[in-house]
Design a protein around this ligand. Sequence first.
Ligand SMILES: Nc1ncnc2c1ncn2[C@@H]1O[C@H](COP(=O)(O)OP(=O)(O)OP(=O)(O)O)[C@@H](O)[C@H]1O
Length: 269
Amino acid sequence: MNAPPVLRVTDATVVRDGNPILHEASLTVRAGEHWALLGPNGAGKSTLLSLLGAVVHPTRGTVEVLGHRLGRVDMRELRSYVGHVNPRHDLRSPLTVQDVVLTGLTNTVERIPRWEPTPEQVAMADRLIGLLGLSERHGARWPTLSQGERGRALIARALMPSPRLLLLDEPATGLDVAGREQLIERLDTLQHTYPELASVLVTHHLEELPPATTHVLLLREGRCLTSGPADEVLTSDQVSKCFDHPIRLTRAEGRWSVRAYRPAGPRVG
Ligand SMILES: Nc1ncnc2c1ncn2[C@@H]1O[C@H](COP(=O)(O)OP(=O)(O)OP(=O)(O)O)[C@@H](O)[C@H]1O
């Protein structure tokens, strides 16, 4: 039997300034599935992710997050059950990594004055810091962290309330190769450590997909081109259509890579 849906989006349309920026998108995500939303700039990936994170309502259609239909529940409360990793985390004070991770419990950017975590909560934060490979940077302050370390601290923060759903918005943006590879390795570890956790990751780079990605949805100009198991959706043909460019896609050791397709021409000389 299929696991119960963590997310169910049915024919969701989002209209802005009179134009549909997302058009009749449908998606069902179940426990233990790891989805990637892929598409070129402006395809509607972030818009769809903000529906999944209970940040915006659909103009038409329905969105159910953790069994609650948007429009019928307190969105703020629902958001506190979703681990949403936003790389534009607007933290101003020099909190330590441990403090940043603990703010995941209060769902605030800063530490709430006079709020103190229990020893169990501190132990949980330290466990997650270790899981994300940051034990040595545990007491380091936010302004001194590299972009990659910040990103991994924010994932640990998002996991503090033990969410059933983790949303990742372009988590590898701006990372160098080492930072990107550390991130992917940690995401894979996480997916094995929490087998029930479902995740949705937004990216336009197929190289950034963790090997544990189970499903993919391809978006183009606000419309869903296709969606389903990663190996069925990620073909050269479908990715070429999505990015409107001839692309050759290969997979090695679980990772995907793309090249512009150049048909073999007559040899010169
Ligand atoms: N609030 C808004 N009002 C008007 N247009 C918007 C609004 N938000 C997004 N858009 C437009 O909707 C389209 C989809 O935006 P979205 O950010 O979802 O795309 P994306 O696939 O995440 O793009 P990128 O890869 O560049 O981040 C874009 O053309 C964008 O300019």
